[in-house]
Design a protein around this ligand. Sequence first.
Ligand code: IMP
Ligand code: MG
Length: 333
Amino acid sequence: MPCVVTVGGFYGDEGKGKIVAYMSIKDNLDIAVRGGVGPNAGHTFVQSGKEYKVRMLPSAVLNSTTRLLIGAGVLVEPTILQNEIQAFNSTDRTFIDFQCGIIDRTHQDSDKNTEHLQKTIGTTGSGTGPANAERALRNIKLAKDVPEIALYLEDVSNSINHSIDNGEKVLIEGTQGTFLSLFHGTYPFVTSKDVTASAICSDVGVGPKKVDDVLIVFKSYVTRVGEGPLNCEITLEQAREKNWLEFGSVTGRQRRSAPFDFDLAKKAIQINSATQIALTKLDVLYPQAKGKREFSSLPGEAKDFISNIESETGLPVTIIGTGAEIMDTIDRR
Ligand code: IMP
Ligand code: MG
């Protein structure tokens, strides 16, 4: 795996954080670089019963030898970033592009206080939409203008491209999900940028010919937080019975839910030119799958579900999540 990009196949919250955290350890990544919008995304992972969340750093923080980069297309909130660097003791392995846009208080206030954004769209309120609007107007402050983070700045695209050329293991981490894309999602109920694989690569400054695999992450059911269409949405009561009820990791809002959607999955695979599937939370659909680390020990129904996804989409399901723990994973790569 010299260069892999991970991308969300539904509406975000597919469990990308866990998959990236797993790969950072299993594959001993040299570099994990975050693309996507910014601190509106919260990626969660669990190791030895302890839960971790990142909103700025890549989800590879638990491997202390993996370099942690943030691409120029990602918006940075300096306080959140500095807190995470401190929490993960990653000062000497964190690198931020000079040209990342900076989120400030005015962006956050405007995100939280604009009725259109808060009520109609249901944004995370993290300031990313107003900051990207300002970037488009070419007024936003860049990382190179902020002394507190000067220590971490570098030309991220240059370092990733060198690493790829030297055969190092590079993972490009996407955030949000395909149908939250400003261009390909359910507009206007979307985030403030394109977040498909091409855009994630563009965020970090890697061209399409340098990517070896596009790993699309699907959860075993679909969730959505905020407003916008959700096909075959079930009621809160039904979601509770199925154990599908989840809460947003950035906002704490209750997520809406629906069964796995094959039409959405196929469209997402097409738009992202996905080559492999990671499927998360299989144990929520099939409790007997919990904690399994071998495909052969999965219950028959769970195996059928996976075969069905493979035959419908034509792609292999190579990584399967069977629990919150990073290592509760079946790896068929
Ligand atoms: P914004 O990105 O904060 O502007 O929010 C726009 C829409 O995208 C809202 O429906 C949010 O709930 C959703 N959204 C943004 N980031 C994420 C994410 O990381 N996971 C899930 N939903 C997200
Ligand atoms: Mg999330």
